[in-house]
Design a protein around this ligand. Structure first.
Ligand code: TMP
Length: 213
């Protein structure tokens, strides 16, 4: 399937504000009359949303990092086949809340790098994001925000991990950004929603929209 659209992903630890920024970006693209789709991982299709429940809501006992990585990847294959690739082939912007970098950061810490490299290649093939925003903030701040957002609700599989795990995640995302400087832009997520959205828009406009005029 030819790719005419643009694939933009948002990554980061818990409470970084990704979903708000995904919604803001989609809104701005639509104002210009462009087709823009907001989606998320794990999820985005009925099968992948069902796998999301399995992975996050404690329907199964804690899985090994390898099996967890493979289920996230299975959900991703369904999402790519049924939603992401058809939308890109139509020329749409696909804005995705998490993608393969999350598997590398969340599951990869406990797996050989080669395992994640191969799994990622098999899962995504050529469909690598054109641009990835890494929303960066200290782990403590992200967790405090996630706790406040959740209120009395139960913490999910990853929210309930120890703070060291979340510190490791932040470092893992920053390493991904360092290794992929063309694709990744690190955004300081401690600022206001408007400031962050403005930086993100400037970047998307410069790369994809202004460039066409
Ligand atoms: P969120 O999108 O609401 O942040 O929830 C998704 C959770 O799943 C989050 O804790 C990160 C985790 N996750 C992984 O561990 N691996 C993955 O590949 C993806 C996409 C998400």
């Amino acid at each position: 399937m030819a790719k005419l659209g643009r694939f933009i992903t948002f990554e980061g630890g818990e409470g970084a504000g990704k979903s708000t920024q995904v919604a803001r970006l989609v809104e701005r693209l639509r104002v210009l009359g462009l087709e823009a789709i907001a989606t998320r991982e794990p999820g985005g299709t009925p099968n992948a949303e069902a796998l999301r429940k399995v992975l996050l809501e404690g329907l199964v006992e804690k899985l090994s990092p390898a099996s967890e990585a493979m289920i996230f990847s299975a959900a991703r294959v369904d999402h790519l086949d049924k939603l992401i690739r058809p939308a890109l082939a139509r020329g749409a912007y696909v804005i995705c809340d998490r993608f393969a970098d999350s598997t590398r950061a969340y599951q990869g810490g406990a797996l050989p790098e080669n395992f994640i490299d191969q799994l990622e290649k098999l899962t995504v093939g050529e469909t690598v994001p054109d641009l990835t925003f890494i929303l960066d903030l200290p782990a403590e701040e992200g967790i405090a925000r996630a706790d406040a957002r959740r209120g009395n609700g139960k913490a999910d599989r990853f929210e309930s991990e120890a703070i060291e795990f979340h510190r490791g995640l932040r470092a893992a995302f920053l390493t991904i950004a360092e290794k992929n400087p063309q694709r990744c832009v690190v955004v300081d997520a401690r600022r206001s929603v408007d400031e962050i959205a403005s930086d993100i828009w400037t970047c998307v406009h410069a790369r994809f929209i202004g460039a066409q005029n």
